[in-house]
Design a protein around this ligand. Structure first.
Ligand code: ADP
Ligand code: MG
Length: 329
């Protein structure tokens, strides 16, 4: 985040219609971000100033992107998430924990110069569809840093030793800038070291990963997400400064999520309350699916207002998906 004095100057220059001053302050902000090791943000700001900026909300790949040798697949995706806390419905406690991470990240230098470290590694865990990936995106969005998205299944190679080399390629790449490095589907690597299946390889992989996060000194936030926290062993848990559980939504959170997602349409929002029994096993993602079913129906029927019947049909439809999913496990 740019310093308060620079922001004030920037606003005054706009108000005074003083282009020269505006450019001077903008350049100062760019330099300031560079110093903080926010190279990508600094480059983006420069491009915006010069009028050559193309929005990069989708992932970008370059020649330097580390790849798996065998599968010839990129190991990472660079993303510029446009998600914020306003997109998230979570309990107040979770929001407080996430805000704390941001506060510490934004005060990195102050903390380090006083001999304490900000939260640098967090573990997000809990059932699928409850916002782990979304929260990581929102953190990146709120802090204003790009996300280095890493899927574990992409890292794991069938060739002996190649997995460890993939992990170090990712961390080498990460050294270049300040990121939110997000290891999604962490379950694959975090499987207990006591697991007898694939014992040798998994052990090597876990050790390589732990070593890398221990050695990583960059100004980045490392977040790993898993649906299967039971399978993580103690050695992994204690490597994280912060562990955050993402729970299934409460009734209240389901209502808030429904309202948030349906805000472009009109209808009897509170009718959803009558279906809380049916929604018992619904994750945030399932509630969102209900909204999508209703919205799709409205769009196809050319109407702006949905009815109680639309809600009922959508809940029933998604209920089927949820029970199908349950029988699969
Ligand atoms: N807490 C939440 N608040 C708002 N939307 C959510 C939340 N959790 C999940 N969603 C919706 O469901 C989708 C999938 O959630 P995701 O973050 O991928 O879940 P997870 O990573 O926990 O499996 C998200 O893109 C979002 O649209
Ligand atoms: Mg996810």
């Amino acid at each position: 985040m740019a310093r308060a004095d620079l922001l004030k100057k920037l606003f005054s220059s706009f108000k005074q219609d003083n282009k020269e001053m505006f450019y001077a302050v903008a350049s100062e902000i760019i330099e300031d971000e560079k110093k903080k090791n926010h190279g990508i943000l600094a480059d983006d700001l420069k491009l915006i100033l010069n009028g050559n900026y193309q929005k990069k909300s989708i992932n970008t790949l370059s020649e330097n992107t580390p790849r798996d040798k065998d599968k010839d697949m990129p190991l990472i995706e660079v993303m510029y998430p446009e998600k914020y806390f306003s997109d998230l419905i979570l309990s107040d406690n979770r929001i407080i924990q996430l805000e704390q991470i941001i506060k510490e990240f934004n005060n990195w230098e102050v903390l380090v110069s006083n001999g304490v470290f900000p939260t640098r590694r967090a573990l997000f865990y809990g059932p699928p569809g409850c916002g782990k990936t979304l929260a990581a995106q929102a953190l990146a969005g709120e802090i204003g840093i790009p996300m280095l998205y890493v899927r574990f299944d992409a890292l794991i190679s069938s060739y002996l030793g190649e997995t460890a080399s993939n992990i170090s390629k990712v961390f080498d790449y990460a050294k270049k800038d300040s990121w939110l490095i997000f290891f999604d589907e962490f379950d694959a690597i975090g499987r207990s070291r006591n697991d007898s299946t694939e014992h040798g390889e998994i052990k090597r992989v876990v050790n390589a990963f732990l070593q890398q996060i221990d050695n990583y000194k960059g100004r980045s936030l490392i977040i790993a997400a898993t649906n299967f926290e039971q399978s993580l062993d103690y050695a992994i848990w204690r490597r994280f400064d912060e562990t955050i559980r993402f729970d299934m939504p409460s009734h209240d959170e389901k209502m808030k999520l429904f309202e948030l997602k349906m805000k472009r349409f009109k209808g009897p929002v509170h009718v959803l309350e009558q279906y809380m029994n049916e929604l018992e096993m619904f994750s945030h993602s399932d509630v969102e699916k209900v909204c999508q079913i209703i919205m799709k129906q409205c769009i196809l029927d050319g109407k702006k207002i949905y009815t109680k019947n639309d809600i009922e049909q959508a809940v029933k439809k998604q209920e089927k998906n949820v029970s199908l999913r349950k029988t699969q496990y």
